[in-house]
Design a protein around this ligand. Sequence first.
Ligand code: HEC
Ligand code: HEC
Length: 362
Amino acid sequence: MKHAQWVVALIIGAGCGDNLPPKPDAGPPVRPDAGVNLVARGRYIMNTLGACTFCHTPLNPDGTRDNTKLLAGVDCFVDIDPTDPNVGCIATRNLTNHETGLKNKTDQQIKDAFTKGTRTDGKILAPVMPYWVFHNMTAQDQDAIVAYLRTVPGVDHQVAANQPPWSLINDGNAGVCSMFGTQGTTPCLADGIMESSIPMPGAGTADMASALRGRYLSSMVGLCIDCHTPELPHVPPTNPIPPFFPRPIDMGKPYGGGRAFFSQDLGLPVPPYPAFPTPIITRNLTQHATGLMGWTTSQIRNAIAFGKDRDGNAVCAGTHGSLISPYAALDEQDLTDIVNYIASLPPVDNNTGTDCAGPPVP
Ligand code: HEC
Ligand code: HEC
């Protein structure tokens, strides 16, 4: 019943201009301990918690998700050099049950891709694909993803080839990868986040069991840690990496915020979203004056699920409160666990500013 009320709140919220449409792709929330229907759990991870659909499903011209092409991949998902038609585009891959997708790939090939960074054709995945986060996912959740993928209707879509510099990363070009910092143990392969480097909830945490579940949900199967942890600084300072090229995140400052994204990287295509002249900077989520110190748990909850900051203003992120936010459909208990974890994060001093770069998202 609690869950039903939540759904009703979402629908009412949408009516009030919160832009929270029903999520036909998401299906009902499924927690890992819920008797484990693997397909249902996988559907929930891919379309809600892990936000896979956020990158792997194309959008309609009006900015809504095109669920007739669910998980079929997006050509030129990110273009880091719009001035040159032959440089800068990376595609997300077709994950559906079709020859152009994952139909003929083994379970192990698929798991190696999303947890270890080896593409199913043997190339190296660009670290835009957060395999270095999913690396810490439980075996059961990995199985759930594969089980669900086997049920996703096939869509005929051969994704466009990646352009440089991404194609050079795919080929393991050591020179290029050393510039980009993605050196890992093999050139171009990013190291997975060490589980032990993900902060534990602070000592005074009231509901420790919930916060520990939230640690897994936000840092190993969900992507909060990816967007909300700063990148390592440019090394050396003279290197030519565009500032928006992804570098490994700095696990010395977990959840300290400060990653810079252009609208498009956050799934905010222009139009219908307004053009932001400068990148959007993610916020510091830790218990520091430059972070969320003083926020109540319900304020944190509203930010994650509805995209409202403490003053009720819209935050600038496709992931929070927009037409395509996956987090509006989070399981209520999962959301509580994530909030309890975020509210317990040890302080990181990192002033990321308070406003997004441009006008609020529609
Ligand atoms: C931030 C965007 C983003 C998110 C979120 C994301 N992916 Fe990806 N994914 C990509 C990109 C980009 C590629 C292709 C990179 C390349 O070709 O170098 C990719 C590639 C893959 C591949 C490789 C397919 C092949 O043909 O080898 C798999 C499998 C995959 N993703 C699964 C997932 C799963 C499962 C999730 C969620 C748990 C997920 N992705 C979330 C961006 C994303
Ligand atoms: C794709 C990147 C991305 C992901 C993934 C993401 N966020 Fe965010 N988040 C942002 C951006 C961008 C903002 C807003 C920046 C702005 O409006 O200036 C934001 C804002 C927030 C805020 C509001 C903070 C403030 O000071 O206004 C909270 C809280 C938050 N995110 C928590 C989370 C949690 C918890 C998760 C995981 C469930 C998460 N985010 C996942 C990008 C992301």
